[in-house]
Design a protein around this ligand. Structure first.
Ligand code: CUA
Length: 310
C-alpha cells in the first residue's frame, strides 16, 4: 500500500492549506532576511579589505541599528503574528454539520470513537472526504499529540483536558499521522492513518461497522473464537456481539478489516498477527500487551477468527 508522503507542504484540506500558506510566508520572509543580511556581510567584508578602511557611510550607525535591529524585525514578527492568529482562528471555525469523532491517546495506540454512529475502532480513522471532522482529543495516561500533517496542525491529547481539532480532507486518500509528543518507549510507533473515503464509501463503512459481526464462519473460526474467549484476550479487548468486553486494549470488532497492527507498526497479515499474539514485544518492545503462548493449531484458529472479523 502506498501512503502519501506526510508533509505539511502537501496539504489535502482547507485547514492544512492555510497552515501551508503560513509556512511558505515564513519561509519567504526568512529567505529575504537571509539574502539581505548576507548581502550586508559581503559589503562589509569587501569594504573592510580596502587599505583606506572604506569611505564613511552615508547612513549613521544609530539609524542602522534602529531600522535593521528593531523596526524591521518588529514589523516581520508582527506580520507573522497576525497571519498565524488569523490562520489558527479560521482553522478552528466550525462548519455546518461536522462529524464528531472522539480520539483518545493511549500508550501506544489511538482509541477512536464515533459517538453519533456508535462505532468504536482503533488507529485507522475513516472519514468522509469533504465533510468537516470535529475531533475531540483526550488521553488516558500521559500527554500525546495528534498530528496528521497533510490535514491539520498538531493538537495535544492531554489527560483530563478535552481538546478540539477541526479538519476536512478534501480528497479521498490515506493520510498518515504520528504521535508528536514524546510519550514513552514506543512513542515512535504510535502512528495512525486517516482514511478519507468518498461519502458513499464512508456510509457503507459506517453501516458495516454498526452491525454486529456475524458468528464465526466455519469450524476453524469457531474454534478460534473459543480460544479468544477462554484466554486473557477477552479481558482486555472488546469484540461486539461476544462476551469479550475488555477496554484496556483496542476494540477488535473490525480487526480483520484493518490494514495495520500495533498502531501502524506492521501490516495486518496472518504471519504478523501470529507474531503479535505470541510475542508482541518482539515487534513493539515495551508494549503493554502480554505474550500468549498457544499450541500451533489453536494459534492458527485464533488468527483465522480474528482475520474473519471484518
Ligand atoms: Cu503518544 Cu508519543
Amino acid at each position: 500500500m502506498i501512503l502519501a508522503g506526510p508533509s505539511i507542504l502537501d496539504p489535502h484540506g482547507p485547514e492544512a492549506h492555510r497552515l501551508a500558506g503560513v509556512w511558505w510566508l515564513m519561509f519567504t520572509m526568512a529567505v529575504v532576511v537571509y539574502v539581505v543580511v548576507a548581502g550586508f556581510i559581503l559589503v562589509g567584508v569587501l569594504r573592510g579589505r580596502r587599505s583606506d578602511g572604506g569611505r564613511a557611510s552615508r547612513i549613521s550607525e544609530g539609524a542602522f541599528i534602529w531600522v535593521g535591529g528593531i523596526i524591521v524585525p518588529s514589523a516581520i514578527l508582527l506580520v507573522l503574528a497576525v497571519v498565524t492568529v488569523q490562520a489558527t482562528t479560521k482553522v478552528r471555525r466550525p462548519e455546518r454539520n461536522p462529524l464528531p469523532i472522539e480520539v483518545i491517546g493511549r500508550q501506544w495506540w489511538w482509541e477512536v470513537r464515533y459517538p453519533t454512529l456508535g462505532i468504536s475502532t482503533a488507529n485507522e480513522i475513516h472519514v468522509p472526504a469533504g465533510r468537516q471532522i470535529q475531533m475531540g482529543l483526550d488521553a488516558s495516561d500521559v500527554i500525546h499529540s495528534f498530528w496528521v500533517p497533510q490535514l491539520a496542525g498538531k493538537v495535544d491529547a492531554i489527560p483530563g483536558q478535552h481538546n478540539l481539532l477541526r479538519f476536512t480532507a478534501d480528497t479521498p486518500g490515506v493520510y498518515r499521522g504520528q504521535c508528536a509528543e514524546y510519550c514513552g518507549v514506543q512513542h515512535a510507533r504510535m502512528a495512525m492513518i486517516v482514511v478519507a473515503d468518498t461519502p458513499a464509501t464512508f456510509e457503507r463503512w459506517a453501516a458495516r461497522r454498526q452491525t454486529t459481526p456475524s458468528p464465526p464462519d466455519g469450524d476453524e473460526q469457531a474454534r478460534g473464537q473459543l480460544v479468544f474467549m477462554s484466554h486473557p484476550c477477552a479481558g482486555c479487548h472488546t469484540i461486539k456481539g461476544t462476551e469479550a468486553n475488555g477496554t484496556r486494549g483496542p476494540d477488535l470488532t473490525d480487526i480483520g478489516s484493518r490494514r495495520w497492527l500495533g498502531a501502524i507498526t506492521v501490516p495486518n497479515t496472518a504471519n504478523f498477527l501470529e507474531a503479535w499474539i505470541t510475542a508482541p514485544a518482539t515487534i513493539k518492545p515495551g508494549v503493554l500487551m502480554p505474550p500468549t503462548q498457544l499450541p500451533p493449531d489453536q494459534l492458527k484458529a485464533l488468527v483465522a477468527y480474528l482475520e474473519g472479523l471484518k
